[in-house]
Design a protein around this ligand. Structure first.
Ligand SMILES: [Mn+2]
Length: 325
């Protein structure tokens, strides 16, 4: 992977950097963010990580997570904004407003529909994760990848590849990870922190969720529901539903899995997964104002649960038909 001179120039020229990631951040976004801030500090820059909600519990072990600033808007006195894992600026949520205060935006991402909103855009869909791109940028800057950065970047790659199971698990991802492990990552420790420290409420909610599993008549589409009522019943916490969609995906014969989560009275969060390359769920999510990758995408849609379920399933069935032509 070749990192061009223009990003290096902008990084060297900037003095104060704000590093931001998308709302509802995942392991890739958070890991990339913390590694990037650390690299900037090693360059002698002033840099900080910004989020609008507290970091999910299972990523608190990441070095530097304690210094993430939880705010409603980005600082006005900084010159450069680094956007990580963000295909479009509206994925910044509340921070979108404060973007205009920055002289330069650096956009580093691996999603398909990246809007190239930066002065420099590293939009590389062949990368397994944004963390893989951040790794190459740090290398190109001749900064040593220390054990703290390594664990952040490793967490980004391991979570975005579904523990090296998804289509984006490339030879290059493994080469980068090999280097990260040589730099001090203990894979089993990351697994324990990220995947084996569930809240009891999460496991209880999963039990209720699995009861809702439904299938299309041909068995190729499977879907799950979490309602507000179910969440109240178990006293669920934010992010408890992470990964639930994979249970629908894991059933033999299922090609597309959908997870519906009632957020409030008006909005439903939808997560989509495709097990086969014929159906591009990014296209489906895009029709509802969301996005992601061909095999994993999501959207937030307003409407009643019945309406939304019917609409989504209809669009997926149309995608199946289109692919068969
Ligand atoms: Mn990512």
């Amino acid at each position: 992977m070749k990192i061009t001179d223009d990003i290096i120039k902008v990084l060297k020229a900037g003095k104060k950097f704000a590093v931001a990631i998308h709302i509802n951040p995942d392991g890739d976004a958070i890991g990339s963010q913390l590694a990037f801030v650390r690299a900037l500090k090693k360059m002698g820059k002033e840099a900080a990580a910004y989020m609008q909600a507290p970091i999910p519990d299972n990523y608190r072990f990441l070095p530097g997570s304690e210094s993430i600033k939880i705010v409603d808007s980005l600082p006005e006195s900084f010159d450069t904004l680094v956007c990580l894992d963000i295909p479009e600026l509206d994925r910044l949520g509340k921070f979108e407003e404060s973007v205009k205060g920055f002289k330069s935006i650096i956009n580093i991402d691996h999603h398909i529909c990246n809007a190239r909103y930066g002065i420099v855009n590293i939009s590389e869909t062949s990368a397994s994760a944004t963390a893989e791109l951040v790794y190459h940028i740090i290398k190109r800057l001749d900064i040593e990848i220390d054990a703290e950065m390594a664990v952040c970047l490793y967490t980004g790659i391991v979570t975005d590849t579904g523990s090296f199971q998804y289509r984006n698990t490339t030879a290059e991802a493994h080469r980068v990870v090999a280097d990260l492990i040589e730099n001090g990552v203990r894979a089993e420790k990351v697994t324990r922190e990220v995947y084996e420290a569930r809240n009891l409420s999460q496991v209880k909610l999963l039990g209720l969720t699995l009861e809702t599993m439904s299938f299309s008549s041909d068995g190729r589409i499977s879907w799950l529901w979490v309602t507000k009522k179910m969440k109240d019943l178990v006293g669920s916490q934010p992010n408890d539903t992470e990964g639930f969609v994979n249970y629908a995906r894991s059933v033999k014969g299922v090609e597309v899995a959908v997870f519906f989560e009632e957020l409030d009275d008006a909005n439903i969060k939808i997560s989509l997964r495709s097990k086969i390359s014929r159906v591009d769920v990014n296209k489906v999510a895009h029709k509802f104002g969301g996005g992601g990758h061909p095999a994993a995408a999501g959207a937030v849609v307003s409407g009643t649960p019945e309406e939304i379920e019917e609409m989504i399933l209809k669009i997926i069935k149309i995608e199946f038909k289109n692919e068969e032509k």
